[in-house]
Design a protein. Structure first.
Length: 529
């Protein structure tokens, strides 16, 4: 978007001027406060306040919460139950224990379970159950009776789900996505750094183009004054004054257009370095104080390609996508195996309460005595492991004639090969972009050399034409033409210098070495102290 704004600035300015939507003289009368801005200050403000950078900084934090939600699946869960239940049984048989048997049960249970453990994909649970039963059943041996039991159950997959399961796959991929978000943040910072430098140098060019246009206008106005003096002295025809005045008017219009272009390019720079329309800098007038320096350095293309392949965020992201494909491939390979689970459980139980001593051994015999007891008797039985229960089993499940995991695994293999080919294509693209940027740098150096020579010749030609005009050996037309050529030569030299600076920025951008050279701390988003 910024590139389109900069390229379209002169055309938009001309349209606004023609439509009367932009009146620079009136605007200049109420100019806001000027703020001198260096390139380093512009970069610093962009890294701190650019809204795109702020949005991108939130992405890793959002993924951190996703990671936390997945890790929560490995946390154990505490369960508990406390309840009271009363039931009156129907007298359906002689063994009901009476015509109207009432059972009042108090339960108080607790337990810990974990559906997933971070190693091996197993799951376990530990339970502790208790109950107090108060009954009117004439056949009861304890009343009230206390029962307590504890049990531990552990299930461990041995084949499918042992090395990887859906949760561990999701966790690993999310970690990779977290790294990708950091990479994308680094890419956003590098792109913002390049954009603010481009916008800054475009503003420098626009500001100096205004100065060149202003100087050209001064030359034209001086020529008008000189011609008027000559006309009054009878040494020149009045038509020459009109011609000089027309040229001065054309240059005044060119100055107005240059000023409009500078305002639009200043707006493009503000968009990158402010945090909104409430930012004080949005309403200020920016003055770019840095000037382009020309210190040609031959680019090391092979070293730059190696650096780009190591640091480029798009290459790094593609490689991490390959890691994600490897994680999915390993998971789907495990899903093709038979489901063989080992299960083990062990439990203890105890009974206590007031025990009835009956005469004889028949059903419903007469109670002759009681033995006091309570909940402690049940706990004592558990401590002595008086009534243990244990179980060990192997459970096997295997789909006949193949499964959906086979097709998914084959598809994942194809996707992994696609990821590899994308990396190769991206590496070739990177090498092409770096080489192109290096060639652009070399071309910019030659353009500066030719533009500087052309500007020097244009200055000498204007001096010569003015000298000949003073002695009557040249005409007003050739002086005006020499002034135009000098203005064009100065603009061409300035554009060549700016293009060289932007070529340097692009050469760093395609390598993404600008962050390291600028000392950008990715975590803080500022220049390192």
């Amino acid at each position: 978007m910024d590139t389109r704004i900069r390229r379209g600035a002169p055309r938009v300015a001309r349209v606004w001027l023609a439509a009367g939507l932009l009146t620079l003289p009136a605007a200049a009368a109420a100019q806001p406060a000027e703020v001198a801005l260096t390139l380093d200050q512009a970069v610093q403000r962009a890294l701190e306040r650019n809204l795109d950078v702020r949005v991108e900084r939130l992405a890793p934090q959002a993924i951190d919460f996703t990671l936390a939600s997945i890790r929560a699946l490995y946390h154990p869960t505490l369960t508990s139950t406390f309840g009271q239940r009363s039931q009156v049984n129907l007298p359906t048989t002689q063994l009901n224990g009476g015509q109207r048997v009432t059972n009042d049960t108090l339960t108080y249970n607790a337990g810990v379970e974990q559906q997933l453990v971070p190693w091996g994909g197993g799951r376990f649970s530990v339970s502790w159950t208790n109950a107090r039963l108060d009954t009117s059943n004439i056949f009861a041996n304890f009343n009230p009776s206390y029962t307590a039991s504890t049990a531990a159950v552990f299930t461990q997959p041995l084949l499918r789900g042992f090395r990887s399961d859906s949760t561990r796959q999701q966790l690993r991929i999310t970690r990779i996505n977290r790294d990708i978000s950091e990479t994308q943040l680094r890419g956003t910072l590098a792109g913002t750094l390049a954009s603010v430098r481009h916008a800054y140098w475009d503003l420098v060019f626009a500001s100096q183009a205004v100065e060149v246009a202003r100087g050209s206008l001064e030359l034209a106005e001086k020529l008008v004054e000189d011609n008027q003096v000559r006309v009054e002295a009878g040494a020149m025809a009045p038509i020459d004054v009109v011609e000089a005045q027309a040229e001065a008017a054309a240059r005044r219009q060119a100055l107005t257009q240059a000023e409009a272009s500078a305002l639009i390019l200043e707006l493009a720079l503000k968009r990158i370095i402010v945090e909104g329309t409430s930012d004080p800098l949005w309403h200020a007038r920016l003055v770019a104080v840095d000037r382009p320096m020309f210190r040609p350095e031959p680019p090391d293309v092979q070293g730059a390609i190696a650096a780009a392949l190591e640091r480029r965020t798009d290459v790094d992201e593609a490689r991490r996508q390959l890691q994600s494909a490897d994680v999915t491939l390993a998971y789907l390979h495990g899903q093709r195996l038979p489901a063989l689970d080992a299960a083990a459980s062990y439990g203890l139980q105890g009974l206590g309460g007031t025990q009835f001593i009956r005469e004889g051994s028949g059903l419903g015999s007469v109670i002759v005595d009681t033995i006091p007891g309570g909940y402690g008797n049940a706990l004592s039985a558990i401590r002595r492991a008086a009534y243990p229960t244990w179980n060990v089993s192997l459970n096997l499940s295997y789909p006949l004639f193949g499964s959906a995991a086979d097709a998914q695994h084959a598809r994942a293999q194809v996707q992994r090969r696609q990821a590899l080919e994308r990396i190769k294509a991206l590496e070739l693209q990177v090498a092409t972009e770096v080489t192109t940027a290096a060639l652009q740098m070399q071309s910019s150096v030659r353009q500066i050399e030719t533009a500087t020579a052309a500007r020097s010749l244009a200055e000498r030609r204007l001096d010569a034409e003015e000298s000949k005009f003073e002695v009557g050996l040249s005409t007003n037309f050739f002086v005006v033409q020499a002034q135009r050529d000098l203005q064009d030569a100065r603009n061409s030299e300035l554009r060549a210098l700016i293009d060289y600076q932007k070529a340097l920025v692009d050469f760093e951008r395609v390598q993404e070495t600008s962050l390291q050279r600028s000392g950008i701390d990715l975590a803080a988003g500022n220049q390192a102290p």
